[in-house]
Design a protein around this ligand. Structure first.
Ligand SMILES: O=C(O)CCC(=O)C(=O)O
Ligand SMILES: [Fe+2]
Length: 335
């Protein structure tokens, strides 16, 4: 039976380390990725204190006056770093359809403490290791964000190991493909909604994510994340206080030859009668493998006809192709 709702999966048995525990988690994750492309994870080993500290600092940042936030403004359209204001981006653009700007502001970072080696600065590295931009007004912000980025990188490695088991690969199959990952951590504030919203304007328009996987820490505010299941219905992602939402992106769908799905999702607006008083905040980590990793449909996913549906592509080129598509629609629109 195909899952029509997003399952909640306890990672405890995986981290417990027994072969049976790992196999049970891998099986549940496999079904989630095949059927709906989303899962909520619990017992993930990320300290609640870290999530709380980053959430608090994020809310303090978005509460700063605009001129203060603008000091950490995104430096260039092709560099996803720093601050972007409400409606400066639209996720639906990446789906090749023009849409009004998303009702959110964001702050993004990439890898930090980048080694002084050619790999990180040569032409192929593009803007993936561009320096981060930090607000100066908040002590502890940079350290907390860097710590969260690393914690999410570690959790992603564990998830990729679970993915490997789920795909009948050696558990460490992905390890050397993600040890210099070009992920992005982005916090989002969806403000109170006032008048003047355009038709079809959402907190985040319907889109799929680009990379290997995404880890989202939403808050519990009304007006939340929805995913489109295989029957074409929009269903709410369950809110679990100490959980994270995980979904796979387009690159993983391609890697698995469409066996796993990168699912359309969106963030809806809160009900109109309370919309003036309901903001939402989320912490979103977009995991993306090393830029030079060649992504070829996995042999175990080829099926009876043994035909790959995609030509091989590097992680970096795949990500770049999404940017190019967006610029065609006129802007610095990114997921
Ligand atoms: O804010 C959220 O819950 C998810 C946002 C999202 O899907 C994205 O930024 O790609
Ligand atoms: Fe997304």
């Amino acid at each position: 039976m195909t899952l029509q709702y997003v399952p909640i999966i306890d990672l405890g048995p995986y981290f417990g380390g027994t072969a049976e525990g790992k196999a049970a988690v891998a099986k549940a994750v496999n079904q989630a990725c095949r059927d709906i492309g989303f899962l909520v994870i619990t017992q993930h080993q990320i300290p609640a204190e870290l999530v709380e500290r980053v959430s608090q600092l994020t809310s303090q940042f978005f509460d700063l006056p605009m001129e203060e936030k603008r000091k950490a403004n995104r430096p260039r359209p092709d560099m996803v770093r720093g601050y972007s204001a409400v409606a400066e981006e639209s996720l639906s653009y990446s789906m090749e359809e023009a849409a009004p700007g998303d009702l959110k502001e964001s702050f993004s970072i990439g890898p930090h403490d980048v080694p002084d080696e050619d790999y990180y600065s040569e032409a192929m590295a593009g803007p993936h290791f561009a320096p981060n931009v930090w607000p100066t007004a908040l002590p502890g912000f940079e350290a907390a964000y860097a710590e969260y980025f690393d914690a999410m990188g570690d959790l992603s490695r564990s998830l990729m190991r679970i993915f490997a088991l789920a795909l009948d690969l050696p558990e460490q199959f992905f390890d050397d493909k993600i040890d210099k990952h070009i992920s992005m951590f982005r916090s989002l504030r969806y403000p109170h909604l006032k008048d003047g919203i355009e038709d079809g304007q959402l907190r985040a328009g319907a889109h799929t994510d680009y990379g290997s996987l995404t880890i989202v820490k939403p808050d519990g505010a009304l007006g939340g994340l929805q995913v489109r299941n295989r029957s074409g219905e929009w269903v709410d992602v369950p809110y679990v206080e100490d959980g994270f939402v995980v979904n796979i992106g387009d690159l993983m769908m391609q890697w698995t030859n469409d066996q796993w799905i990168s699912t359309l999702h969106r963030v809806i607006n809160p009900p109109e009668d309370i919309a003036g008083d309901h903001q939402r905040q989320s912490l979103v980590f977009f995991h993306q493998p090393n830029y030079d990793v060649m992504v070829e449909c996995l042999p175990s996913c080829l099926g009876d006809d043994q035909t790959p549906r995609y030509a091989p592509v590097t992680s970096g080129d795949h990500l770049k192709s999404k940017f190019v598509r967006q610029t065609t629609f006129g802007g610095s629109k990114v997921a």
